[in-house]
Design a protein around this ligand. Structure first.
Ligand code: ZN
Length: 437
């Protein structure tokens, strides 16, 4: 079954974008019919969109379908599940998102969606040409790893990969394991591949650099779970002499986009989801424009998410030179709270990179909070305290990054501040209109 699906994905990635869209709308019609019939929240979906009963769903009328926010998903949780899940879709499981938006979202998944997500993970291994006979180490949190400080070792990479390939050993530990111990685990295990949230990679890379430790043999770092940055890519290259690839995924929707094997574009996994990037007016973004990510899960008949505003922002991409017809995203930018508002009305996504202040002082990490329209509070992790002259130079550098002369207030931090799940946000706006929906 998994192999058949993998074979199908191997073909469909090369279909034209027009053909991919046509197949998606064929599936969307089935999904919307099913949702209208069996999901209480969606009983009136066509009427609410101003469509006639049983009117076919097309690319032209699709945008009339109302968006679903995480807040609405929580509010109407009791009405979101299908009352008649097709038995062929397999076992029903409950999933909970990590809640980093402040919302803990619960969704249902099926055996069918699980199979597709597994196949997409295998596609990522194939696209990135990973040698699965080598050793994989994953650092995770929460429901995947129960206890910090404990190292779990396995003979293979996991059920899906083991079914299709002869895999090498793997290991797993919790991101709340003390950093020193994490480094010990990694040095003992000597992984060929390291998978973790970008925030965890950031902390580890700094630790390895500070203690002049090495990980010879590391072939690739894979980040997932939150937006990565050019900073993390350059750290991986500098500290471990390895490349860093990224995957855009969400607990409630599985794998959303994978990085192209030939470019840095993210290819939307259109066989599993319809992804839209919309501007503030609700119109689709052109390539190069930044907007809200809206997704529709095409095969989840237990709890369809239709035009779900997941809370992330992304830059829309154009056709990829690799020839794949799967649409692209250029960058994943994070949540609305990661966007700065300038007094002149502009909104920007600050791209913080240590290269901007590498000649000022040894700085491990900076976290910036926009407190008011013209003030930034900057937390700095550095082995040496900043003096007034360092602060003045850093202020100048930040004025360049933001394109505005913000008042900058500095404070020292002991460590890189992370959420309990290991996620790290370099910039957070605390202005009211930047809070997440
Ligand atoms: Zn491509």
């Amino acid at each position: 079954m998994l192999l058949a699906l993998l074979y199908q994905l191997e073909q469909s990635q090369w279909w034209s974008s027009r053909n991919i869209l046509a197949q998606q709308f064929r599936q969307l019609n089935e999904l919307v019919d099913h949702a209208e019939r069996t999901v209480p929240y969606y009983h009136q979906i066509r009427r609410k969109a101003g469509l006639a009963p049983q009117e076919p769903i097309t690319a032209e009328n699709w945008q009339a379908i109302p968006l679903l926010t995480p807040a609405a998903l929580i509010k109407h949780a009791g009405q979101m599940a299908s009352t008649a899940i097709p038995p062929g879709h397999g076992r029903i499981t409950g999933l909970k998102s990590s809640g980093s938006t402040g919302h803990a979202v619960s969704v249902l998944a099926t055996g069918a969606t699980g199979l597709i997500w597994q196949a997409l993970n295998l596609r990522d291994h194939l696209w990135q040409a990973r040698d699965v006979s080598k050793r994989l180490v994953t650092i995770r949190s929460g429901r995947y790893v129960k206890e910090p400080g404990v190292l779990y070792e396995f003979p293979g990479w996991g059920i899906a990969t083991d079914l299709v390939f002869q895999t090498g050993p793997s290991a797993l530990f919790h991101n709340l394991t003390a950093l020193e111990r994490q480094a010990e685990f990694l040095q003992k295990l000597k992984p060929d591949y390291l998978f973790a949230f970008p925030g965890i990679i950031l902390r580890l890379a700094h630790y390895f650099r500070r203690h002049q430790l090495r990980l010879p043999g590391l072939k690739q770092v894979l980040t997932f779970g939150e937006p990565t940055s050019p900073e993390i890519e350059s750290l991986c290259r500098e500290v471990w002499d390895t490349e860093c690839r990224d995957m855009y995924s969400a607990e409630e929707a599985g794998c959303i986009a994978l990085q192209c094997p030939q470019t840095d574009n993210y290819h939307v996994q259109s066989e599993s989801l319809l992804v839209e990037v919309l501007d503030d007016k609700g119109d689709p973004c052109e390539p190069g424009e930044i907007g809200r990510v809206i997704l529709t899960t095409l095969h989840n008949f237990a709890m369809p998410l239709i035009r779900y505003q997941i809370g992330d922002y992304a830059e829309a991409g154009g056709p990829c030179p690799c020839g794949r017809g799967l649409p692209t995203l250029k960058r994943i930018l994070g949540r609305r709270r990661n966007r700065a508002r300038l007094p002149d009305g502009r909104r920007i996504w600050p791209q913080l990179s240590s290269e901007s202040w590498s000649d000022i002082k040894e700085i491990e990490c900076i976290q910036i909070r926009q407190k008011t329209l013209d003030r930034l509070d900057i937390g700095v992790v550095s082995p040496h305290p900043l003096n007034l002259s360092d602060e003045t130079r850093l202020t100048g550098s930040l004025h360049q990054v933001f394109g505005y002369p913000f008042a900058c207030i500095f404070s020292c931090l002991d460590a890189i501040p992370c959420h309990v799940n290991g996620k790290f946000e370099p910039f957070i706006s605390e202005l009211d209109d930047n809070r997440d929906e």
